[in-house]
Ligand binder design. Structure first.
Ligand SMILES: Nc1ncnc2c1ncn2[C@@H]1O[C@H](COP(=O)(O)OP(=O)(O)OP(=O)(O)O)[C@@H](O)[C@H]1O
Ligand SMILES: [Mg+2]
Length: 461
């Protein structure tokens, strides 16, 4: 067992302090203070993970204590505890940076679940920050690799737009690096210390989307057992990345538009506006202008999101990047899997260059990952490592292959067929799921299935 996280309980009423202590002491190390002044004193001396802070105290009240604590350490999580008639103050506290609030009288379970959630999120964030920092700093793998002219223009644009708070719309095919560009804008901007929060509008069922975006109050709908903060509030002071924004349902498009205009949100089940200060970067791999013409996407919202447009060209339109990217990914996966692949041969590079890359850089990255994992130490990536569907696009290279290389490909085809069939069976022939597990684009799966003579039964997909 690790060390217990420390919670500081601040309340002028000894009875209230004690009842919180009883609820929390099994899982947490408890410190307590009977006044704001005492709390500040303890906070400066001790390492505190979370503060439970009473709103209504004589002398320095909860909001003032919160303000001073945040001046000392803006990252510490504070949960406000307030009487129901003071809930308004608790909402103000959220604006001042409190993590959450609980109203009295409370259920012990509410306290425990709110505290547990805050602590486990802290842990997760720390781990993620740490890992991200490690990976990014030591390897430079957050870099956007390119020497393509349009991409170099995008780099310039990223620098400029990073200094502003304008909304940005990034378009480009799947896997072209839209999220990478969004993160680069965030990181180079003056808001980089703020959060970067991504929300995938296509991945969340639309009935849950509103609460995902704006949060909800306890009891706002069946199953809303606790109050939950939405992504917009989490992104406050930073960047909100709206991925696949075209998938947003029309009523939510209207709500989003209003939020962008008013710069405030309302949680589901509440009509209290909460100020949010965020930059929105959205991304889409469909043509939003077309969607507007077909009345699938609101024009006024499109204009709001698309203040600065960035179009990322597909990989097949920037072949000059191929050697850079391949070597970049070889280095990355050598590092990750402790391998020693030396590089890529001319022939293999030619074949890669002739392929049309429907899944773009993600597809290339996944391919190099698989090759690096499967190849022997000290090898070069050669034509024999390149899957058949890619070679089919590069017929010349096939003619130049030796008998030995062709034999190798036949063996690999048999193995691939077996693997694909096994995964398909395991996923009840669900193509999307199978493609996900195999880390290939669904189109690639379909092409491969065709080449390898795998037939889908009617109505499956
Ligand atoms: N220019 C680049 N240099 C290095 N890595 C890149 C580059 N572009 C994309 N990648 C890598 O390719 C993968 C896909 O990129 P990203 O997720 O940003 O694409 P996307 O456009 O958001 O894709 P999707 O539309 O499928 O969500 C990531 O692992 C990313 O790091
Ligand atoms: Mg993406």
């Amino acid at each position: 067992m690790g060390i217990k996280p420390t919670i500081l309980i601040v309340d002028d009423d000894p009875g209230a302090r004690q009842s919180l202590e009883v609820i929390l002491e099994d899982e947490y190390h408890i410190l307590s203070a009977g006044s704001g002044a005492e709390a500040l004193e303890i906070f400066q001396k001790e390492s505190v993970d979370l503060i439970l802070l009473d709103v209504n105290m004589p002398g320095m009240d909860g909001l003032e204590v919160l303000r001073r604590i945040k001046e000392l350490d803006e990252t510490v999580d504070v949960i406000m505890v307030s009487a129901l008639n003071l809930a308004r103050k608790a909402v103000d506290a959220i604006r001042l940076g409190a993590y959450d609030y609980i109203t009295k009288p409370y259920e012990p379970d509410d306290i425990l679940s709110t505290v547990n959630r805050a602590i486990s999120q802290q842990k997760l964030h720390r781990e993620l920050d740490f890992l991200r920092g490690e990976v990014e700093a030591s390897r430079g793998f957050d870099q956007i690799i390119s020497q393509n002219k349009s991409m170099l223009e995008i780099f310039e644009l990223i620098k400029k737009v990073a200094l502003t708070t304008t909304n940005v719309l990034i378009t480009g095919e799947s896997g072209t690096g839209k999220e990478l560009v969004a993160r680069a804008i965030h990181r180079q901007g003056s808001w980089r210390k703020g959060p970067f929060v991504a929300i995938n509008c296509a991945a969340i069922p639309s009935e849950l989307m509103e609460s995902e975006m704006f949060g909800h109050e306890k009891g706002a709908f069946t199953g809303a057992h606790t109050r939950t903060i939405g992504k917009f509030e989490h992104a406050n002071g930073g960047t909100l990345f709206l991925d696949e924004v075209s998938a947003l349902r029309s009523d939510l498009q209207a709500k989003l538009l209003r939020v962008l205009q008013e710069k405030e949100i309302e949680r589901v089940g509440s009509n209290k506006p909460i100020k949010v200060d965020i930059r929105v970067i959205s991304a889409t791999n469909i043509n939003l202008e077309e969607a507007v013409k077909k009345e699938k996407f609101r024009q006024d919202l499109y204009f709001r999101l698309n203040v600065v447009p960035i179009f990322i060209p597909p990989l097949r339109a920037r072949k000059e990047d191929m050697p850079l990217l391949v070597n970049h990914f070889i280095r990355k996966f050598n590092n990750l899997f402790h391998k020693n692949i030396l590089g890529v041969t001319e022939k293999a590079l030619d074949a890669l260059n002739q392929y049309h890359w429907p899944g773009n850089i993600r597809e290339l990255e996944n391919l190099i990952e698989r090759i690096v994992v499967l190849s022997s130490e000290g090898e070069w990536i050669d034509i024999k490592h390149i899957p058949l569907d890619i070679l089919m696009d590069a017929k010349q290279s096939i003619q130049e292959m030796t008998e030995k290389e062709k034999g190798f490909i036949r063996i690999r085809e048999a193995v691939e067929r077996r693997i694909i069939l096994n995964v398909l069976e395991a996923c009840q022939w669900n193509q999307t799921e199978t493609a996900r597990i195999l880390k290939i684009h669904r189109n690639t799966l379909l092409q491969k299935a065709k080449q390898l003579g795998i037939q889908f039964k009617k109505g499956e997909g």
